[in-house]
Structure formats: structure tokens, C-alpha cells
Design a protein around this ligand. Structure first.
Ligand code: PNW
Length: 480
């Protein structure tokens, strides 16, 4: 029999969402377009032409959604603020838009749920993209102003502030690969975007810290555990080093160590703009934080595609994806399928990747500085079929959550400082380029009626969140 796994008393049990993915109310109360409105309206970008104009209609249904969170025993809720609601022209405050978040925060506090606020989860006001977007340094300054304005309104009630969600996606999916808004395919602009996102994070931290030194501040990064296809091949080892460098270290190192990784700058030698980093930027980017948010979904296996067989895999993949690589400077590296179980996104499921990652981050980056790790996203897209009542049995998702929570517990026992876990996502929602075709929710949303129906995984998670422990209730064997 597997023993019960008990988590620390103060461990936060949460669920996460993001503004554009759930709110809808695209033009309510003075909101302007974000880059995702524009991108979704561009034919061929989002599957089936879906967009976020209605989504889960959370903007109007938030009291019901907070009641649901309470039923699920959540102790925290991670949400993001839509910049184009708060500053429709990118600069001037729109009190009507900001007020939505004030009402939401009050509702959460009333329900005894800790608000965990993210300032930027990808919905840049279109006007700021029209002025050049993240490749422009000024956008970083705008983020800091926006952070200050949101703090003026909510700082008396919100203690946990995340500046950015997954700047890797914003920079490289948005500006290099073009698979996310704003859909640009300009490798150098993507590098500029990456630096300015990080600079914006640092400036926002400074702005918030000035206002209230006691806030819990941080950012959320996405990490992919990256392995070489052939660990004996120097070229595959180099491929894994490069992808780990671009996806993981390019972001975590400037923030926690105050320097870009030297090997990555070397890989990017011909692309990295020499005028990009100004004196003092790295000091700003490495302004002390309290929290590092970790979004984790999958492992990936990479190869340099050197021998003919692998080169043909690479070519076939490139044809399938029909879009440039997000791995600027390492376009020759390809991800290969190992035949391990995958989610509905095709992402390789590996709970041990999460425990290894948390330990690595604690040891190499955050432990010594007393920065606490939180898993700010983890979850699984699953193509569940509802029964006649709309109820979904989702054993694969339930297993996924179970095994990843065990991995978190394991990392705690091995010394990592992990303060909480947020499942992605509370609700089925607008899954970016995939529209509504991928369902990550522990709660099913019927997009015709906007009815919310907790899935089996939500009931299971409510038990875990309520008791603070996982007991062995029939979940299957871990995939690895
Ligand atoms: C994250 N990739 O996105 C986001 O923070 C969420 O908004 C999103 O819904 C969730 O994960 C599930 O996708 C990612 O292609 C999107 O590597 C794409 C990638 C990674 C993360």
C-alpha cells in the first residue's frame, strides 16, 4: 500500500487561469483590443477562427466562478489582469476596467481564497504593438507604469504579484515562430523582445517594491526538461544544452544570477543585437524577488539531426509544422517523439521531470537567495467526452495530477522549497492557437450554455486541497 503523502500546513492549493483565455467581454467597459484579438481575427492563425471575445464569459460570471473555487477547497486563485482593460491606450488609466479586478479580489477574499495576481499573461494592448511591441524598449517602461497603476487600486488587498507569465512564449512563439500573437517571424526582434520582457519585469519589481517593500514579488517561467536523444552523441548533447539554454537558462539566469548564460550568448553571437543591453539593465532584471513561479507540462527529447535518418525526421517535422523554429540560433535542433505517453497536446508526460526540475532550480538558482518556488501551472489537455449530464470522467488527467503532485511532494522531501501548486486550469478555456479544441480544465465548460460541471479530476483535487494530502485511491502506475 502506498502511504499517504501529507503536504505542509501552509501549502497553497490553487488553480490558474488567464484573462484572455476566460474573460470574454471583449469590448466591455472601455477595453481595447489586445494583440490576441487582432491575431485571432487574422484568417488562418487560430484553429477554426476561434477567438476570446466570449470565452467562458468569466467577466460576467466571476461570482459563480469564485463560488466554484470555494466548493473545490482552493486556498488560492491565480488569475491575470488584462492590460487593455486597465489602460486601453497603453498609458491612461480606465477605472471602469480596473474595477472588475477590484470586485474579483473582494469576492475572493470574501471566500477566503488568496488572490495570486499576474500582470502580464500575453494580452499586450494592440496600440503598444502598433508602436513596436516588445522589441521596443519603451514597452518595458509601459509595463512598470501599468504595474504601479494596478497596485494603486489593489495593493491594499493583493500580496502576491507576478510580473510576467512565460516570457519565452511571448518572445519566441510571438516574434520568432509566429504561432502566437503578434505572429511575427523575426528572430532578432524575438531576442529584443526577450530582453525587454525581462527588463519590464525588473522595472515592475522596482516599482512595486518602492510602493510596498513587503509584497511577495516574482515572475513565472515555463521550463521544459530537455534530454538528448542519444546521450552518447556529442551533437545531441549540444542540442540539449542549446534548447535548455534558450528555453530555461536565458530567462532564469539573468533574473536570479544577474547575467545571461555565456554559452547561449555564444550560440547567438551573430543574432544578438550589440546595442540591446544597456548598462544597469541586468541589475534591474535581477532585482530581488521572493517567488519563482514554475510552469511545467512536459519533457522533450531533442536531436541535432546529424545522421541521415535523423535529418529526415527533422525535415518531416519542419514540413508538418510549416513554421519557423522558436529556437532562434539553433534551428537545426529538432524535437523527437520517444513513444512515451503524451497528452492531447502531444506533450510527453513525465512527473519525474518536475521533481528533478524543482530540485535543480532550488539548488542552482533560488535556494541560496531564499526565493520560494511555486508550481504556477501544471495540467493536461485531455479530449474528454461528457455523459448525458455533461459529467466527465477524466482518469488520465486525474492520474497526471496525482503523479505530478507526488513529484512535488518528493521534491519537498529532498529539500526543495515549494510553497504551493496551481493546476492549469480551473476551467476549459481558449487554448491560444488551438482555440477551444483543447480542454485543460478540471471543470468542464459547455460553450453553448456556459454551464460549468466539475470533472472527476476536480472532485479528486478538491479532496486533496481540502485534506492537504494525497491518499492512494486507485490512481494508476506512474508513466515513468
Ligand atoms: C502555457 N509551448 O502556455 C500558458 O501559460 C497557458 O496560458 C496555456 O494555456 C498553458 O500553458 C497550456 O498550453 C504554453 O508551445 C503554450 O511550448 C505553449 C507552449 C508552452 C506553454
Amino acid at each position: 500500500m502506498t502511504p499517504d503523502l501529507t503536504f505542509p500546513q501552509d501549502f497553497l492549493w490553487g488553480a490558474a487561469t488567464a484573462s484572455y483565455q476566460i474573460e470574454g467581454a471583449g469590448d466591455a467597459d472601455g477595453r481595447s483590443d489586445s494583440i490576441w484579438d487582432t491575431y485571432a481575427r487574422t484568417p488562418g492563425q487560430v484553429l477554426h477562427g476561434h477567438d476570446g471575445s466570449v470565452a467562458c464569459d468569466h467577466y460576467h460570471r466571476y461570482p459563480q466562478d469564485v463560488a466554484l473555487m470555494r466548493e473545490l477547497n482552493l486556498s488560492s486563485y491565480r488569475f491575470s489582469v488584462a492590460w487593455p482593460r486597465v489602460m486601453p491606450d497603453g498609458r491612461t488609466l480606465n477605472p471602469a476596467g480596473l474595477d472588475f479586478y477590484s470586485r474579483l479580489v473582494d469576492e475572493l477574499l470574501e471566500a477566503d481564497i488568496v488572490p495570486w495576481l499576474t500582470l502580464y499573461h500575453w494580452d499586450l494592448p494592440q496600440v503598444l504593438e502598433d508602436a513596436g511591441g516588445w522589441p521596443e524598449r519603451d514597452t518595458a517602461l509601459r509595463l512598470a507604469d501599468y504595474a504601479g497603476a494596478v497596485h494603486d487600486a489593489l495593493g491594499d488587498r493583493v500580496r502576491h504579484w507576478t510580473t510576467l507569465n512565460e516570457p519565452w512564449c511571448s518572445a519566441f512563439l510571438g516574434y520568432a515562430q509566429g504561432r502566437h500573437a503578434p505572429g511575427r517571424t523575426e528572430p532578432t526582434s524575438a531576442l529584443r523582445a526577450a530582453h525587454h520582457l525581462l527588463l519590464g519585469h525588473g522595472l515592475a519589481v522596482e516599482e512595486l517594491r518602492r510602493r510596498d517593500p513587503s509584497l511577495q514579488l516574482g515572475l513565472t517561467l515555463n521550463f521544459t526538461d530537455t534530454r538528448p536523444l542519444d546521450p552518447a552523441s556529442p551533437r545531441d548533447l549540444d542540442a540539449a544544452r542549446r534548447i535548455d539554454g534558450m528555453a530555461n537558462r536565458l530567462f532564469v539566469e539573468p533574473v536570479t544570477l544577474g547575467a545571461y548564460p555565456a554559452d547561449v550568448l555564444e550560440d547567438l553571437r551573430e543574432l544578438w543585437p550589440q546595442d540591446l543591453v544597456h548598462e544597469g539593465d541586468l541589475a534591474t532584471i535581477s532585482a530581488p524577488i521572493d517567488v519563482l513561479g514554475v510552469n511545467y507540462y512536459a519533457t522533450q527529447t531533442v536531436t541535432a539531426g546529424c545522421d541521415p535518418e535523423r535529418a529526415s525526421v527533422a525535415a518531416a517535422q519542419a514540413r508538418r509544422h510549416d513554421s519557423p523554429s522558436p529556437s532562434v540560433g539553433s534551428e537545426h535542433v529538432v524535437t523527437v517523439r520517444r513513444g512515451v505517453p503524451v497528452s492531447d497536446m502531444g506533450w510527453e508526460i513525465s512527473p519525474t521531470g518536475l521533481s528533478d526540475l524543482l530540485l535543480r532550480l532550488h539548488k542552482d538558482y533560488t535556494g541560496a537567495a531564499g526565493v520560494r518556488l511555486y508550481v504556477t501551472e501544471n495540467g493536461m489537455a485531455d479530449d474528454d467526452v461528457p455523459d448525458a449530464n455533461g459529467y466527465v470522467e477524466d482518469p488520465d488527467r486525474l492520474n497526471y495530477l496525482d503523479h505530478h503532485l507526488r513529484a512535488v511532494h518528493d521534491s519537498l522531501q529532498r529539500g526543495a522549497d515549494v510553497g504551493g501548486y496551481f493546476v492549469w486550469s480551473l476551467l476549459d478555456n481558449f487554448e491560444w492557437a488551438w482555440g477551444y479544441t483543447k480542454r485543460f480544465g478540471i471543470v468542464r465548460v459547455d460553450y453553448d450554455t456556459q454551464e460549468r460541471i466539475p470533472k472527476a479530476s476536480a472532485r479528486w483535487y478538491a479532496d486533496v486541497a481540502g485534506s492537504g494530502r494525497i491518499d492512494h485511491n486507485g490512481a494508476g502506475a506512474p508513466p515513468e
